[in-house]
Ligand binder design. Structure first.
Ligand SMILES: Cc1cc2nc3c(=O)[nH]c(=O)nc-3n(C[C@H](O)[C@H](O)[C@H](O)COP(=O)(O)OP(=O)(O)OC[C@H]3O[C@@H](n4cnc5c(N)ncnc54)[C@H](O)[C@@H]3O)c2cc1C
Length: 361
């Protein structure tokens, strides 16, 4: 299914044509928003990753595993970068009070790394155990927009979850703001959203200041546009820096795969945070957890592109390591090999879209 952010809520596989309007132009200077040169010849890599998606939302919960306290922190869907600091905070609050001694964190994606950092900041020694490390995690594949996209399915969550969700979003929002800059590869960008997209509806749950634009204020070939500012995370750089932070604070990282909870019970640490993402499906038998595959085409960087959008053909997030074009939201697809025909459709639909920008100058 193409076009994830739109079809996710609409439940349709529709691929919009790009909606060309009369009098469209893409000359330089015609609009202040530089068009992306979306062309197959500029594709520098393609990716397919599996979002750890639960319709009822992420799991942050404390359990007992024999003598150990086990705190789950997984199932972030399409919003794991966004929510990572916030759910790490919730998990730390469940696990740390009354604990003494070393702590284990299972998983070295964005959720495990944030959890490890908060545990260290509270003064505890940490070992991260993970089957795979960055750059070989789903977190590396993420587009990196700070936005709570596909974190849950509306109508299938409990009020208690929504309280956790709101707290997590708020903490993450504030935490990322103090990481803006080249060290972590986090930056603010103006973001344009087609207003009848599901993305626009989720902005109501999310803090940024947003404003409806008049037709004269934007070049996009759709009826109305919302503009807001949010942060974008260059995931490769970010995760590398997070690993450094864990190590500088004395944390250890061990490559190790756990097959059963009994393997975890044999660890020396009395407190364990489970941040294994989609791995929790097999490890803990959580059959509510499903892969939601996302495919991306990455184009050669264009430093002059300093805005992002969602709507129309999908989404475009410009990053220093490439222009991210998305995407798909394919539930229960496990194959992480990008499909060339799908990638070609993503690029072609963005090509039509950028050729149809209206002139606003
Ligand atoms: C195409 C795409 C675009 C996305 N875009 C965005 C976006 O713009 N914004 C956003 O917020 N989110 C986005 N996401 C979602 C985001 O990538 C995920 O929610 C997030 O990466 C989940 O992080 P995680 O740490 O839980 O999982 P992972 O990154 O998958 O890390 C899991 C860790 O657990 C380890 N592990 C798993 N099983 C075991 C086991 N049995 N034993 C030992 N270790 C184990 C793994 O090796 C790994 O180290 C996107 C995802 C995709 C696929």
């Amino acid at each position: 299914m193409l076009f994830d952010r739109r079809t996710f809520a609409a439940g349709s596989a529709a691929l919009l044509s790009g909606c060309a309007t009369v009098g469209t132009r893409r000359d330089s200077g015609c609009t202040p928003l530089a068009p992306v040169i979306a062309d197959q010849s500029r594709v520098i890599r393609t990716m397919a990753g599996l979002r750890p998606y639960r319709r009822s939302g992420f799991v942050v919960r404390a359990d007992q595993l024999g003598e150990k306290r086990l705190v789950h922190n997984y199932g972030h869907g399409g919003a794991g970068i966004t929510l990572s600091w916030g759910t790490a905070k919730l998990a730390a609050e469940l696990g740390l009070p009354g604990h003494g001694g070393a702590v284990a964190v299972l998983g070295c994606g964005v959720v495990g790394l944030s959890t490890a950092r908060l545990v260290q900041e509270a003064g505890f020694p940490v070992t991260i155990y993970a089957a795979a490390l960055p750059p070989d995690t789903t977190s590396n594949i993420a587009g990196g927009q700070f936005h709570p996209f596909a974190a849950y399915h509306p109508g299938e969550v409990t009020p208690a979850f929504m309280v956790q969700f709101a707290r997590a979003l708020d903490y993450s929002w504030r935490r990322y703001q103090i990481m803006v800059g080249d060290d972590y590869g986090v930056r603010w960008l103006p973001t344009y959203v087609e207003t009848d997209s599901p993305e626009a509806k989720t902005i109501a749950t999310f803090p940024p200041i947003n404003r409806m634009l008049t037709a004269a204020e934007h070049p996009f070939p759709w009826a109305s546009t919302l503009r807001y500012d949010t942060m974008y995370v260059e995931t490769g750089r970010y995760l590398r820096q997070m690993i450094r932070d864990v190590q500088i604070a004395g944390g250890k990282i061990e490559v190790r795969k756990f097959a059963t909870p009994a393997d975890i019970a044999a660890l020396p640490e009395a407190l364990v945070f489970n941040c294994t993402g989609l791995g929790s499906r097999d490890l803990f038998g959580d059959t509510d957890l499903h892969p939601a595959r996302g495919q991306l085409a990455i184009l050669e960087p264009q430093p002059e592109v300093q805005y992002a959008f969602t709507g129309g053909p999908g989404y475009m997030f410009p990053r220093p390591d490439g222009i991210i074009l998305g995407g798909t939201f394919e539930v229960d697809q496990w194959d992480t090999t990008p499909d060339p025909a799908t990638i070609a459709r993503i690029v072609a639909s963005h090509q039509r879209f950028f050729a149809s920008l209206r002139c606003t100058a």
